[in-house]
Design a protein. Structure first.
Length: 292
């Protein structure tokens, strides 16, 4: 069974107009970990112990998720990247190495475009940029697994349908997105279910997806601007929504000038949960030389 309670310290801080919950561990140059949907900081429980041996690890719950605040607005990725800047300023971290998965990867990509002077290197896990998803979205993509982009974007209805059914809703994603559908234990899934049973939690996640039009507009404005720091992209080769749906390496070559692209076999969408040894090895190699 995966370790459910890594040795972390829990904190809260109000930054950029939102209360963020975050955990920290270790000492050294700062490495920030941004989770995706439908997860929280807990998604990184298998990375935190390994990274904390060499780095100060900071893993927040994104705006709208977990124990962080769930305001009515501010879910465009420029604002959410601003949340990270606010947390960095609070912790007095001028530059960081940044790792993002899924929605956290979207925040991380916007961070890299908007705040290049605050970023040393960027790791992206199982993600296709928002603009590319929008440009390629069709019925086939929806059937392959992107249906919830549309569903969660419908005003109010998802909250009504999901309320009281959080366990079934979340379990669907964890089982269908994993190469091994039984990978996550019932205890692990229960951690996420509890987080999504909080008042406003489902609306917060929906608001993240409802910001799609703003996100695409922001991404279109600087689509010709390459990320110029070193970038590592990892993805599950067996992910229906990423590895099997896109040429991930080619897409990210169009995003970054200095890229290492690594597919992970026998792995679905939840790379860091499914293949932690490979993810940790790649992250540690990529972070080698990051001295703050």
């Amino acid at each position: 069974m995966a370790m459910l309670h890594p040795d972390v310290e829990h904190h809260t801080a109000t930054v950029n107009g939102v209360r963020l919950h975050y955990v920290t561990a270790g000492e050294g140059p700062p490495v920030y970990l941004l989770h995706g949907f439908p997860e929280t900081w807990f998604a990184w429980r298998k990375q935190i112990p390994a990274l904390a041996e060499r780095f100060t690890v900071v893993a927040p719950d994104l705006r709208g998720y977990g124990a962080s605040g769930k305001p009515a607005a501010g879910y465009d990725k420029r604002t959410m990247a601003g949340d990270v800047i606010g947390l960095m300023d609070h912790l007095r971290h001028w530059r960081i190495a940044l790792v993002g998965h899924d929605r956290g990867a979207r925040v991380s990509t916007r961070f890299a475009k908007d705040h290049p002077d605050r970023l040393d290197r960027l790791a992206i896990l199982d993600n296709i940029p928002t603009r590319v998803v929008a440009e390629t979205y069709d019925v086939a993509k929806a059937r392959a697994g992107y249906w919830f982009f549309t569903f969660l974007g419908v005003p109010d209805l998802p909250e009504t349908l999901i309320a009281g059914n959080e366990e079934a809703f979340l379990t669907h994603f964890f089982r269908s997105w994993s190469y091994n559908p039984e990978l996550l234990s019932s205890e692990e899934i229960a951690v996420y279910v509890k987080a999504y049973q909080q008042p406003g939690a489902i609306r917060g996640a929906c608001s993240d997806y409802r910001a799609a039009a703003e996100d695409v507009a922001q991404d279109t404005e600087d689509s010709d601007k390459l990320i110029d720091c070193p970038v590592l992209t990892l993805w599950g080769a067996d992910s229906d929504v990423i590895g099997k749906a896109y040429d991930v390496a080619e897409i990210w070559r169009g995003m970054a000038s200095d890229l290492r692209a690594v597919p992970i076999s026998e792995c679905g969408h939840l790379c860091q949960e499914e293949q932690p040894e490979i993810v940790n090895r790649e992250l540690l190699a990529f972070l080698d030389g990051w001295t703050g």
